[in-house]
Design a protein around this ligand. Sequence first.
Ligand code: NAD
Ligand code: 89V
Length: 353
Amino acid sequence: MSNEQPGKTLQGALIGCGFFAENQMRAWQDLAGVEIVALCDRDPQRLARFQALFGIEDTFTDAETMFAALSGTLDFVDIATTTQAHATLVPLAARHGAAIICQKPFAGSLETARRLIELCADRGVSLGIHENFRWQRAIRQTIEALRSGEIGRPFFGRISYRSGFDVYRAQPYLAEVERFIIEDLGIHVLDIARALFGEVERLGCETTRVNPEINGEDVATLMLRHEDGVTAVVDCSYATRLADDPFPQSLIEVDGDRGSLRLRQDFKLEIHDAEGRCAVRDVRPEPPAWSESPWFPIQQSVLAFQADWLEAQRLGRSVETRGDDNFNTLALVDAAYRAAATHQIVVPERWGR
Ligand code: NAD
Ligand code: 89V
């Protein structure tokens, strides 16, 4: 059911009516040719809130019941729950032949990720991971400038995400988890590193917990050696006090053999050439009407990711962040925790290797 003819409105169900899913719902409402026809959340209050907010009649507190009731009518399912539920919900959706979009982190272990990816492949079901950061306009423009060869062959990169924003207010579970910043936020930044510089040969990582009220690490610094020879630093912090907090921006530096790129906090992308000239591009996102500060760069990327997913379905192509591709991002998260625990350089697992 996933590769419908152009023209048909794709019908989907959303599972998980929590904090972030509201962005996904708003984005679906902005897009033509797609409709969310059913909602599912095990929490009746959250379900009722979304039902009222989005005017959707069909609601379910149990996904199995939903699939049984709507069997054959759902083209896709948008899984917006936290990770733990994915291992049950992905096989369930695959059994019913619905194309799947699943939030990051896709799985709690590489073993589970592998099983889910293989299961979807066996059933011929498309599996796209909602990894949206590479769809932020500023990041996309940086990726495109690099790929177009404007600064020649890159040899150094730094992707830096440092903020003191209170992420625990809207997502209280982030204070409880044993693995915090790499698994929740670093996963996005590592995905950007892959989009910019390709696969990673080996990495090192050190972590720290600054905030005494949380269980996991809120600071991580990684050094990656990419297959194509780029050395990159990925540094993430939710413990950085700044008067002008950049949340939720990732700032990027790339040095190439013919120039350098700098993505600055004011949404300016500088392209420095070998002659010492600097061209500055405005890469500020055009925020959707429903977006709000400071979340708008992420909200813009949710809309961009979902628009690309929709186009991919129509054209019968896969999205960049399909399951087996995202496995390699998840493998960097896994390698980072192993490196932090052992203080050793770690070779990440890789899909198909
Ligand atoms: P949340 O806890 O606010 O919402 C999750 C919802 O899923 C809850 O309402 C819960 O009741 C429901 N749920 C859980 N298991 C279920 C099941 N088996 N069946 C039906 N409903 C179920 O969480 P959140 O902050 O919205 O995060 C959800 C996911 O989105 C997380 O994986 C998080 O990492 C991710 N996220 C992504 C981004 C991004 O930019 N891509 C940003 C924030 C959060
Ligand atoms: O994108 C995320 O996963 C969010 C945040 C940007 C707050 O880290 O949890």
